[in-house]
Design a protein around this ligand. Structure first.
Ligand code: HEC
Ligand code: HEC
Length: 150
């Protein structure tokens, strides 16, 4: 399947500027809300939903294109219109790889995940299941709140 919205896309800065922060949960612009909702439903059932900014756009694209072989599991098929809406959202809130940079499939290999945690020394291998140890609101998609030790 082709994901038609793919380009070696520059993020839409205007839309990013509209991302207001209300309390601790990021509000996404109107045009991406459905995509976000679908993303949370489809990608937050087995593990907590990971925020798009932790992986490069190319990683998400590969994951969406291959739902059958997902880390040893099978993700239920997602209807194409939903997939495209999710893709629009993910693409908007993630960034491209550099030329020739390998596509990471684990957070531990993701430059963007590292960049979001410049000061953090992780006591154990980071997995979807470990986010909550520092981000108590992770299951509610809140990655701003931190446990008191931070
Ligand atoms: C059927 C259950 C299931 C669903 C639904 C699911 N995942 Fe996963 N996902 C897994 C499992 C199992 C792992 C491996 C977890 C581990 O090793 O701790 C995983 C791992 C991941 C990882 C790698 C995390 C790491 O270890 O660095 C990413 C990224 C990811 N999933 C994204 C998605 C996206 C995007 C969707 C929606 C399209 C999705 N997942 C839906 C089961 C699922
Ligand atoms: C050992 C603690 C720890 C773990 C585990 C952890 N984080 Fe973080 N995270 C932090 C801290 C602390 C910050 C604030 C940035 C800083 O101080 O470096 C942060 C910041 C973030 C941000 C940026 C939030 C913002 O302000 O926009 C995101 C997104 C994020 N983490 C996602 C994750 C995800 C996803 C996981 C699990 C895969 C995870 N983190 C696991 C400690 C952790």
């Amino acid at each position: 399947m082709e994901l038609a919205l793919w380009s070696n896309g520059k993020p839409d800065l205007r839309a990013q500027a509209q991302v207001a922060v209300k309390g601790t949960v990021d509000i996404v612009p109107e045009g991406y809300r459905l995509g976000q909702q679908l993303y949370l439903e489809n990608c937050g059932s087995c593990h907590i939903p990971l925020p798009p900014e932790v992986m490069p756009t190319a990683t998400w694209r590969e994951l969406l294109l291959d739902l059958n072989e997902h880390y040893g599991k099978r993700v239920d098929p997602i209807l194409r219109p939903s997939l495209l809406a999710m893709w629009g959202y993910i693409r908007q809130f993630s960034r491209p790889l550099k030329e020739k940079e390998a596509t990471p499939y684990r957070l531990t290999q993701s430059r963007y995940f590292k960049a979001l945690h410049p000061q953090v020394e992780f006591p154990e291998t980071v997995r979807p299941a470990t986010c909550v140890s520092c981000h108590p609101g992770a299951a509610q998609y809140d990655y701003r709140s931190l446990t008191p030790e931070w």
